[in-house]
Design a protein around this ligand. Sequence first.
Ligand code: SAM
Length: 280
Amino acid sequence: MTKPLEEMRDGQSIELLKELHILTRDGKINQDSRRKLKQVYHLYGFVEPLLKDLQASGADLNLVDHGSGKSYLGFIIYDLFYKSLAGGHVYGIETRDELVKRSIELQKKFGFENMSFLNISVAESVQARQLPAKIDIVTALHACDTATDDAIEFALARDAKHICLVPCCQAEVAKTLKQNKAKQLASPMAEVWRHPIHTREFGSHLTNVLRCLRLEASGYKVTVTELVGHEHSMKNELIVATKIEGPRKRIGDRLDYILNELGLQELQKRFAPAVRADLN
Ligand SMILES: C[S@@+](CC[C@H](N)C(=O)[O-])C[C@H]1O[C@@H](n2cnc3c(N)ncnc32)[C@H](O)[C@@H]1O
């Protein structure tokens, strides 16, 4: 059969793509699935070198995908990378029971032994003992609202070497800017978010800025790029972080400065450079 997408790799399971409803029963692909698949492949292009780096360093290759949904990403990563390995494990974290059940069904059907799905929230996963204390790589593709922040919390708590995030819209920062607007209006800076549409857009931009600072303050080297061209998706920012050193106080101070200047002190905990989880 010819490949429905040029990005497809040799040896990739067409049957799996059919079961994920990315391909139709007769191997065709519709516009929506094409877009999703391109996005997942593109993300895989970033994840693969990180996995190879971990492999070269002898790491266990424990990967956790947060807000896994139908688990396109986890299954494609498993099919392309983990399937041929003796070890490593891919975990999917998802709150919708029916999606977790379906993913477990598929995992069994394809004999993907080193793959598990947990029906818990990302926030709950931070302390969850069903997951190894040390996780090597964390992914979160469009995990809703603050689930991306919880995924960062998880990654920091489990000392992840690599983190790959494509955030969804986060409402919390914009909501806090809105709530505190009246108090901030005396400052000319408040003009930046005075109009409601600017509150929303600035809030969304600021959220990702604070996420990056949180990661940098925790010792990660961070790169921020576009996942795919804007025609493919509105939620398109890709944040890739790699742990290179210990906590950096100077960056933490800059983060605190921004929160103070914008009257967002109550969000300090949300963006605090976190410490390792105590799982003993
Ligand atoms: C937009 S979908 C993305 C799914 C998948 N990552 C993808 O890109 O195809 C977001 C998923 O995250 C799940 N989700 C949202 N908040 C969550 C939370 N706090 N904990 C775990 N899962 C969550 C939703 O149920 C949904 O399946």
